[in-house]
Design a binder for this molecule. Structure first.
Ligand SMILES: [Zn+2]
Length: 254
């Protein structure tokens, strides 16, 4: 049971408006927790969200702590609202902004995990990625943590500690049961347990819960591995055969 932690929507998720000091404290906390567990994670940044110096500092902190940063597009639009050439320009625009944080390998994650609404479009989008030497980085354990984060931030803003604690408890249980679900689904579909890619977002909820989540995941048998090790598994080299247009786990694509 191996998994890699991936974190979308760097420098900071836009679920709600957060102050610069909240963002800084969340990012610092997440970095400290990852360090405590000796985890190298892979974050995905949105070009358009890297404007002010406070946001750039968050990326610097994450990068300097030894984590990888990938391209999550410039505008964070869903690909079905774009032409292929718009997709490519958007990718390149983000690439230029993020160049100072990307290392020798380039990683890309589609916003909302959506890859296009026809096999031909999807194939051509993937061709654009490989032409620019990106490693497409899907997700196998697809968590909707942002839904919990919305409710959690609302409860915190209302100073409703009781509600906030209840959301934390249900969120932690949700992470553990969802991870177990995808672990079992992979065994059923593939006959073995591949290294999983777990999706989190850079948000306040994860800032407050990451330590409990990692402790619980470890307790039920998960081991944390670096992104490059996970992505070497053959399932991440396969073509998608998923015909729908939703953002789904990679297990449904192969
Ligand atoms: Zn995103």
């Amino acid at each position: 049971m191996n998994l890699t932690i991936t974190i979308d929507d760097l420098p900071f998720a836009r679920n709600i408006d957060s102050t610069s000091s909240t963002k800084l404290s969340v990012v610092n906390h997440i970095i400290n927790v990852l360090e405590h567990y000796n985890i190298e994670s892979l974050g995905f940044a949105v070009g358009e969200w890297c404007n002010d110096t406070a946001d750039l500092k968050l990326l610097d902190l994450f990068y300097d702590a030894g984590h990888l940063i990938g391209n999550h597009s410039f505008s964070h639009q869903s690909i079905e609202n774009m032409t292929l050439s718009e997709f490519e320009s958007d990718l390149i625009k983000a690439e230029k902004i993020l160049a100072r944080w990307t290392r020798s390998n380039l990683y890309f994650r589609f916003p909302y995990l959506r890859m296009g609404n026809s096999p031909r479009f999807k194939y051509q989008a993937m061709q654009i990625l490989s032409k620019r030497e990106y490693r497409h980085t899907p997700v196998t354990i697809d968590l909707e943590d942002w839904k919990f984060d919305l409710r959690y931030c609302f409860a915190c803003n209302q100073d409703n500690q009781y509600a906030a604690n209840a959301i934390i408890n249900s969120y932690v249980e949700y992470v553990i049961t969802t991870s177990q679900y995808y672990y079992e689904l992979a065994i059923e579909l593939l006959g073995y347990s591949p290294p999983h890619l777990l999706l989190l977002h850079m948000n306040k909820l994860n800032g407050d819960c990451l330590s409990i989540i990692l402790t619980m995941l470890k307790k039920v048998g998960w081991r944390f591995i670096p992104p490059d090790v996970a992505l070497n598994d053959s399932i991440y080299l396969q073509q998608s055969s998923y015909l729908g247009d939703k953002g789904v786990s990679w297990l449904h694509h192969i």
